[in-house]
Design a protein around this ligand. Structure first.
Ligand SMILES: Cc1cc2nc3c(=O)[nH]c(=O)nc-3n(C[C@H](O)[C@H](O)[C@H](O)COP(=O)(O)OP(=O)(O)OC[C@H]3O[C@@H](n4cnc5c(N)ncnc54)[C@H](O)[C@@H]3O)c2cc1C
Length: 406
């Protein structure tokens, strides 16, 4: 990964076709949302030769509450030849357990790339536009209805567009998951502060992240540096708002950052899907956060968004080419099968590890921060050389799970 700088303030310029005779324009594929899931879906559908429109309610670049950590699987899922704009490359991890038992581990090779999501998402969307997708930004999709072998989308400005297939990639608070009927069995609240810091503080964090295993079951906090700004965040199961805010306050205070005024403070829910939840309804497929596809333990979602977005875009391109409901349903089932075999398998492993972490945070801290084998496993997972799912299939891991009651 190398650093690159997209042209500041430029917008992809693609002419939308004229809406003649007051008839809505019919697109092959409309993608709702220009995050990593939507951009990947649009790119895949455009590369399959489809006429694609991406609609986002925000104007790009737009802020997204996110650490911006790009681990190996996310890097591996980027479009070929795409160079993400990277703010920092991480080789050192500082681990703490509720602020104590500090241990710094380093690696000879890059562990995590850190991106500013506004720049990253804009660059990814531009790659989709370069592949032929049109972009309509600053307009929300307010209504979805399926009729007459297509999908009708009503935009916030009252305009209506039609599509032969739709990818819902409108994030965890979007409309498409409700339309498709996605249900969730894990909802977490993530809080973050973007803290501009003086050069000497930025220098301390360059190339280094902090991971603090937190005081609430399943919680953890982080510092992800982006040059002269530190992203400090925490994540916890929903329903403990005050305790989650207190954790972030304590973390910032403990790190000596309380004296610097955050430029942005924000919160966002992350949601993991129930295993049985649908991923499509008729001609509408969901991807990324809209589908509840997210790693349950780490709540890493960029690789899930990129991977599911690409699959959704490819399947939506197929849906756009068929007429009968039976064929559409078959493609939806294929999409479900593909997701289940890949991301579904990884989510099952993540749920198991979250359970262990909730009950034994100190044990996991010691394993990762102190044991050479644990640190090696951590490196292999974040670099994408193995997965939690692969690890849990090993006999030794099964024995540990048995001992920890899983
Ligand atoms: C605090 C926090 C920290 C995180 N840190 C990391 C991390 O370090 N690494 C990692 O891998 N993951 C992280 N995640 C998860 C990651 O941010 C998400 O999984 C990822 O952004 C999902 O991408 P997406 O494309 O599905 O959705 P999003 O990135 O949310 O994009 C959805 C898009 O849809 C648009 N939209 C919404 N509604 C509409 C509408 N009605 N019409 C049109 N457009 C609409 C939005 O404007 C937005 O652009 C973090 C999450 C949180 C909450």
């Amino acid at each position: 990964m190398t650093s690159s700088s997209p042209e500041a303030g430029s917008k992809p310029a693609v002419e939308l076709p004229e809406n003649t005779d007051n008839e809505p324009v019919t697109w092959d594929v409309v993608v709702i949302g220009a995050g990593p899931a939507g951009a990947s879906a649009a790119l895949a559908a455009a590369r399959a030769g489809r006429r694609v429109l991406v609609v986002d309610r925000a104007e790009l670049p737009r802020y997204k509450t996110c650490g911006g950590g790009i681990i190996g699987p996310a890097k591996g899922a980027l479009p070929p030849g795409f160079e993400p704009p990277v703010e920092d490359l991480v080789r050192e991890v500082e681990f703490t357990l509720r602020g104590r038992r500090r241990r710094v581990r380093s690696s000879r090779t890059t562990l995590i790339g850190l991106v500013d999501r506004a720049r990253f998402d804009e660059a990814l969307t531009r790659a989709a536009v370069d592949a032929g997708a049109a972009l309509c930004e600053g307009v929300a999709v307010s209504r979805i209805a399926e009729q007459d072998g297509g999908v009708t989308l009503t935009l916030g400005d009252g305009e209506v567009v039609r599509a032969l297939a739709v990818v819902g990639a409108d994030g965890s608070a979007g409309r498409t998951s409700a339309y498709v009927g996605v249900t969730f069995d894990q909802v977490d609240l993530g809080l973050e502060a973007e803290i501009p810091v003086p050069p000497e503080v930025a220098a301390h964090w360059r190339g280094r992240v902090l991971i603090d295993w937190g005081p609430l079951p399943g919680s953890y906090g982080w510092v992800f540096p982006k040059g002269d700004t530190l992203t400090v965040g925490v994540i916890c199961a929903r329903g403990q708002g005050e305790a989650t805010r207190a954790y972030l306050r304590d973390l910032i205070g403990r790190l000596g950052l309380a004296g610097f005024r955050p430029s942005i403070e924000s919160g966002h829910l992350t949601r993991c899907r129930k295993e049985s939840a649908p991923l499509s309804r008729g001609r509408v497929l969901v991807a990324g956060d809209a589908a509840g596809l997210l790693e349950p333990w780490t709540r890493e979602g960029i690789s899930y968004a990129l991977r599911s977005g690409r699959l959704a875009g490819e399947h939506a391109a197929r849906v756009a080419g068929v007429a009968g409901d039976g064929e559409v349903d078959k493609i939806g089932a294929d999409y479900h099968t593909d997701i289940d075999a890949t991301l579904g398998r990884e989510m099952r492993a993540g749920r198991i590890l979250l359970g262990v972490f909730e009950r034994h945070p100190a044990m996991l801290h010691s394993a990762v921060a102190n044991l050479p084998q644990g640190w090696r496993v951590f490196r292999k997972v974040v670099q994408g050389r193995t997965t939690f799912a692969d690890l849990l299939e090993r006999p030794a891991a099964r024995r540990v799970m048995e001992l920890t009651g899983k």
